[in-house]
Design a protein around this ligand. Sequence first.
Ligand SMILES: [Mg+2]
Length: 431
Amino acid sequence: MMIDASAKLSGFCRDCLSGQPEGRRRCGACGSPRLVYHKELARLTLAHVDCDAFYAAVEKRDNPALADKPVIIGGGKRGVVSTCCYIARIHGVRSAMPMFKALEACPQAVVIRPDMEKYARVGREVRAMMQALTPLVQPISIDEAFLELAGTERLHREPPALVLARFARRVETEIGITISVGLSYCKFLAKVASDMQKPRGYTVIGQEEALAFLAPKPVTIIWGVGKAFAATLERDGIHTVGHLQAMEETELMRRYGVIGQRLARLSRGVDDRVVHLNEAAKSISAETTFFDDISSHDMLVTHLRALSEKVAWRAKKADVAGHTVVLKLKTADFKIRTRNRRLDGPTQLADRIFRTGLSMLEKETDGTRYRLIGIGISDLGDAALADPPDLVDAQATRRAAAEAAMDKLRSKFGKATVETGYTFAPKRPQE
Ligand SMILES: [Mg+2]
């Protein structure tokens, strides 16, 4: 399609990608009912792309016998559902559901243990295809990302709306899984949109209808509003986004603090966050030089814990994760010891950094006096593939969830507010 023709684009067919005049129910060229119409189609450039039931879709792709069966990806009877296919969802199975409950709801389900390496590989393939569309790809997890396509019309010779539909088609034919696309003018609504017509969805939310679209929605649609906060709002008589729209920003801030501002803005479809690349640092580390040399195992562990927190915090801020944990020690006579351990996947969790560091430290606390300890992560990549829920070790998953909860508090009230209470480290953790 020519660039100037695209300026008038108001509708197209998602199957054959031909332009469609307003009002058709089926494609004039191929007969498909999968048409997209929107007044702002030629203008919108920000997308959220999310793979549909990703792990399950990959397994179905690799084993056609599973095509019509309910499939659950998860960790055995005592584990939880990691992903389930849409057939399993019809039976009431949901992500994060305990496996025994899922099997009660859907006894005929085929349960498959997750193959994270395979999913990561497929995730990277999808990512590479995204990066061919635009350099501005911001991965959110292994199977979803924000894409900013402004300024790519010259390259693609068609507007972003069509580029995305073509992309969805290519992912299906070349990778063998399906995706859902949300197209909008801001991150918040692009993400909301991609979730609306899953699977194989393509949803557009424009500037013009944003207010009316949001008004009847529950407050939990707003990023950062979970069940607990929704209950607070409920008590204050705020049930829908429309109620928030009717309130002044100053009033919301007076009542709820910083998050009040977010409520005011997002409820009106105002979201200035831009799509950014995840930072490309080489490593992140933190170290402490002691006032007096230390040989005590427990004291070194205490420092190690605090430094691990620091490193994790910075990694999360930069949206990166490290594949290798590096422990650094300097002896009283200025000899430097560094120890590395490569993990089976990248991490940005303080808990994992600390435990890995600790297992290396154990071998170094032999009475030697140290003047410095440092911990860091290297082999940095984006955080998309970091720390998937550990289906084998439920404890690690629980610790990760606790850490995420504390991060939330930290970003709300400041870094110093939350103490982990992990000053008393176990003496010999299993690594
Ligand atoms: Mg997904």
